[in-house]
Design a protein around this ligand. Sequence first.
Ligand code: AMP
Length: 271
Amino acid sequence: MKLFTNKKKLQKEIKNINNIGFVPTMGSLHKGHENLIKKSVRESKKTIVSIFVNPKQFDNKEDFKNYPKSYKNDIKILKRLRVNYLYKPHYNDVYKFKTKNKIFLDRFSNKLCGQYRKGHFRGVINIVNRLLEITKPKKIFLGNKDFQQLILIKKHIRKNKISTKVIPCKTIRDKNFVAYSSRLKKLKNYEKTNLIKIIKVLKNYKKNLILKKVNHNFFKIKNKLLFLGAKKVDYVEIIDSKTLKKPKKNNTKFNLFFAFYIGKIRLIDNF
Ligand code: AMP
């Protein structure tokens, strides 16, 4: 695997490759990232993984500073998965150039996390657009766990007529149905136990919604999660992932989207 911290050098290396798979990450890699990377390696001639903790998408300085890092282990994983290129830029390398495309933020950005993290999605689209302009991949591999992010990137790509295909990848979970997430490494043991209970309750809640045993009531489910040890609950919502709206009355094809804090760690997921 070749490591690049300089975009010009990376671009020189890849200029004649026409089937590049790209997996953007913030590092601290886990089985969820591995799934995206494996798919890219299978489907592409060469795979580029980027590791960049993007300050512009953090609405909280403390959260940015404390974001978990495990560079040595990341390198091991990337080598094991036979990734061709790692792009690990410094701030100026990605931010000190004028972009061709304009940031397009679809109005779906105002929902879910957009209501609670000011400037977050603008920061995400900004960095992803820059990384796409640098790497010009045929495909970009993104996780369904961050569904809103995936949709907004798709909309930005379409609006700017960028010739990169978005490949959505399934969410990878542990045996307790908890989605792998870099931030989980920061949880204390008792917080992990609480998280497992919370996910179990949410899974059951969704089942009961589908069976129409209960109607969705945010305040009720929120209080349940608070009782189980969540510190704060931003939202629990049901959304049809096709229409991006509340499901019609008899439509049971929806996902439960949620964001809550355990201690200082904010977790999001949907299923
Ligand atoms: P991050 O490093 O958290 O910015 O995530 C980089 C990519 O990995 C994003 O496209 C995420 O949606 C994806 N991802 C994160 N966690 C998981 C997971 N548990 N399963 C599948 N994909 C994931």
